[in-house]
Ligand binder design. Structure first.
Ligand SMILES: *[C@@H]1O[C@H](CO)[C@@H](O)[C@H](O)[C@H]1NC(C)=O
Ligand SMILES: *[C@@H]1O[C@H](CO)[C@@H](O)[C@H](O)[C@H]1NC(C)=O
Length: 352
């Protein structure tokens, strides 16, 4: 009797440890405010400042965007044009589906099978942006982000991403030098992250989308904590022209992203899909046990999740996460199949 209690306790502890380990990054992500790597307001010259010319340029002047083909829907043409107009001296590359596949086949043949086998086109749209940034460097911009000022000041970092509130980072605007170690890590991590999570929305978020990127980012910072703190010390010291850790990823905060006249971008999406991303991550954080159970069940740990128990009732998620229409209602539609596999429908929802 005693022994069986002990065995039970041991198993319970083992399971709990395992679960905690599985979600520790997710929990750490919820607590990460990115302040250590935030691009400070004082670092950025005003839009027409003469200080601009004194800043080094590290990231190449290339703007990457993606779409199915060259026929950009009318509602995004203004956004696209605003970026082109402000950056006539930048190279502009619109990665169509055909170009993306050709590029992967030629440059990253080890990824071709995974790339082709993604069930949702948005997963290809997500992953191709990491590859082109890792390969060519430059700045990736989602088609529904318009440009309000030149990106030049951001080119003086080795890499930057955009913060989302309340947690994590987005993959809609990112910049990097070619072969930046963080983006190399990102492309290396894609195959391992390709898993099914029952719901398409979560599958996409966690395999290629902002949640995937945020998790890799959080792990990246954890692994390089010593270099991180060195870089921060350098930044704060008088001799800050010394070499900074190249792998550091700076973070563009919401004010600099889109809120003000001096911000870099303008969202053409209206009802923000990204807000919902963050809300979903929060929701996932709160329900991590359920999600982990759901995820592990696929790997055969059925004891954690007896058949049918991990019900991720989408309607509850949608009502709690957001009273607005858009991503979540469409997300519910996906679970019913139908047009679930439509190309780029997540992108289509940006301006829902
Ligand atoms: C910067 O200068 C350009 C061209 O002179 C002008 O159109 C733009 O409004 C200025 N931007 C700001 C924020 O002052
Ligand atoms: C581009 O893709 C859209 C959506 O699938 C399609 O309606 C359109 O005909 C395509 N345009 C060209 C030029 O292939």
């Amino acid at each position: 009797m005693r022994r069986s209690v002990l065995v039970f306790l041991l198993i319970a502890v083992a399971i709990l440890t395992f679960l905690l380990h599985s979600v520790s990054t997710l929990i750490a992500l919820l607590l990460e405010d990115a302040s250590a790597d935030a691009i400070q307001k004082s670092e950025l010259p005003a839009p027409n400042s003469t200080l601009l010319t004194s800043r080094p340029q590290l990231i190449p002047k290339i703007i990457h965007q993606t779409y199915i083909n060259e026929s950009i829907p009318q509602r995004w043409q203004a956004a696209q044009q605003s970026c082109k107009d402000l950056h006539e001296d930048y190279e502009y590359i619109l990665w169509t589906d055909a170009m993306a596949l050709e590029f992967i086949e030629k440059e990253y043949p080890w990824f071709t099978t995974t790339f082709k086998s993604y069930p949702y086109p948005i997963q290809r749209a997500d992953s191709i942006r990491y590859f082109v940034l890792a390969h060519y460097g430059g700045v990736y911009i989602d088609l529904d982000d318009g440009c309000k000022r030149r990106l030049d000041p951001l080119l003086s970092y080795n890499a930057f991403v955009r913060r989302t509130i309340p947690t994590g980072i987005s993959n809609d605007v990112m910049g990097a030098i070619p072969q930046h170690p963080f983006f190399l890590r990102v492309i290396e991590s894609l195959q391992g992250a390709k898993r099914k999570w029952i719901l398409p929305y979560i599958t996409i978020m966690a395999s290629t989308g902002p949640l995937f990127l945020s998790v890799v980012w959080k792990k990246w910072m954890g692994e390089h904590a010593d270099l991180e703190s060195q870089s921060q010390n350098l930044q704060n010291s008088a001799t800050s022209s010394l070499t900074e850790w190249k792998g550091r990823v700076r973070v563009l905060m919401p004010d600099e992203y889109s809120r003000h006249t001096w911000s870099f971008f303008e969202e053409y999406k209206g009802d923000s899909w990204h807000g919902k991303d963050a809300q979903l991550i929060f929701w996932m954080g709160k329900n991590w046990m359920l999600l982990t159970a759901a995820g592990q069940k696929r790997k055969g740990y059925a004891m954690v999740a007896p058949n049918g128990s991990p019900k991720l009732v989408p309607s509850r998620a949608s009502s709690r996460a957001s009273p607005r229409k858009g991503g979540f209602s469409s997300w519910r539609n996906w679970t019913m199949g139908g047009k679930a596999q439509e190309r780029y429908e997540l992108v289509e929802q940006h301006d829902a």
